[in-house]
Structures are given as structure tokens and as C-alpha cells.
Design a protein around this ligand. Sequence first.
Ligand SMILES: [Zn+2]
Length: 225
Amino acid sequence: MLTIPDAVREAFGGALSLLLPAWCAGCDAPDAVLCADCRAALAAAVRAGRPPRTLSSGIRVHAAVEFSGIPARVIRAFKEEGRTGLARPLGTALAVAVGAALTSASAGDDVVVVPVPSSRAAFRRRGHHVAELIARRGGLEVARLLRVDAATADQRLLGRGERAANVAGSMRARGAPGVQVIVVDDVVTTGATLREAARALEAAGATVRGAAAVASTSRVWREGG
Ligand SMILES: [Zn+2]
């Protein structure tokens, strides 16, 4: 069933293009949040798949696509330009990665999907948690077991070692004893954020069965996590 905002958007799609960004996030074509060609390119990248990557902490990460080209442009437009209409196609990609993570972990119905929370500064800037919004738009049920417990610097400004130090000890989990978890995030670069999320969840008694992301960078891929 359509919610009221969805119904309004359907009914006034043309008129809303006056208010919403009217160019494609992937290729700048006019009159589309994401044009048919870029939507197809994103879907093809998801179908092509990526092999899972194992972080140094042993967590297997399934990413739907490589963080490059059209998928990277779409993710940046969503995160940096506030184009929340892109959360749905990104969520569809994330749901595929979560499916792969569940299959890989031979995980049953008792596994919960836990999104990595955005930093405090990022949440203040955007008004939502990126991974949670993408997961929800992808039709995933999520459990908000993690919260950011300490202020952190913007990871994008930091190098690999600095990123790990920046997020270490920054998260706390609650309601986690005995819970089986797949952790989800939007983009995996060094893996530092996922490792911190897993540390916090396991410190609170959860078992992390794997992780999933919309995209993963190939630079870190070659470095092996
Ligand atoms: Zn396009």
C-alpha cells in the first residue's frame, strides 16, 4: 500500500520535478532522479556481483557493486546532495548483498540486520542514518542495536591507519545478547567502520555472522581488507 507521501509523489511526479533535482544522478540527463540507462547499469552491476571480501577481523563482507562509475555517483548524490529518492535503488542493491551474506553464513530467519549508524556530525547534517535509510528503502527490516557513543572526525579526510584509530571504541550496542547479526553499511573502504561495529556488537554479546554493503572499493580489495 502506498503511504501518503508516496501517493502524492506518484500523482504529482511531473510537478515535483520543479522541486526535486531534475537531472539523473548517474549521468546528468534531465528529468529523472535516475534515468532508465543508469538504472539498468546499476542493476547490471548488481547482477554481475562481486566476490566477498574478508576483513582482517575475519568478517566476510558482501558488497553489491564496486564503488566506481555510476554506482559511486549515485551513492555520492544520495549522501552529499541529499537526494533521498536514490535510497530505493541503492536499497535494492543492498538487499541483494544481504541475501548473499545470509546464504554465505548459512544463516536462518533468526538473523537480524543491523545498520552501522552515521557519525553524530553526519546525522546532524543529513537528518537520517545513511545505512538505515538505504536498508529500509530496500525493504529490509532492521534492528537499531548500535549507536555512536563518541564524536569522530570525518572518515573521508583520513588515511587508512587514521580511520581505524578514529572509529575505534566509538560505538556501543544494546539489546544484543545472543543475537545473530548481519551488519550493513553503504560503502566499505578500509573496513574500519565495520570492524568497530562488529566489536561493539560482540562486546554486547551478539554473534556477527557477516556483513553487507552497497559498494566496496577495489583499492582496498587488492590490499585484502
Ligand atoms: Zn543517467
